[in-house]
Design a protein around this ligand. Sequence first.
Ligand SMILES: [Zn+2]
Length: 115
Amino acid sequence: MLTAKLEKHLREQLEQERRRLLEELGHDPAIFADERPGYSNHMADDASEVYEQARDLALRQHAERQLEMVEHALEKLARGTFGICEQCGQPIDPARLRGLPQAMYCLPCQKRREE
Ligand SMILES: [Zn+2]
């Protein structure tokens, strides 16, 4: 089980990560907005623009997924189910949670999911 001290530490880590991600996502629309004021929905003009738009989108989607995981973990903290693997119901190794507080699965289950 998690000690109260570790749980508090992880909660702080998650809240900090949440703020960082919200900030990152909040800044993002500027990337699209500042260059072309009249931009509507016409196709990008050249390959590098297509590439940049795809990259920005990928970064944004990545941040959104991270944010979802962090918020999910904070919800679990509030419900008292934090640190429990969502696959097998066993406690997740605290060492794993230290490195990845938003982990949803224990290491063996995570490995099985990635196979
Ligand atoms: Zn598991």
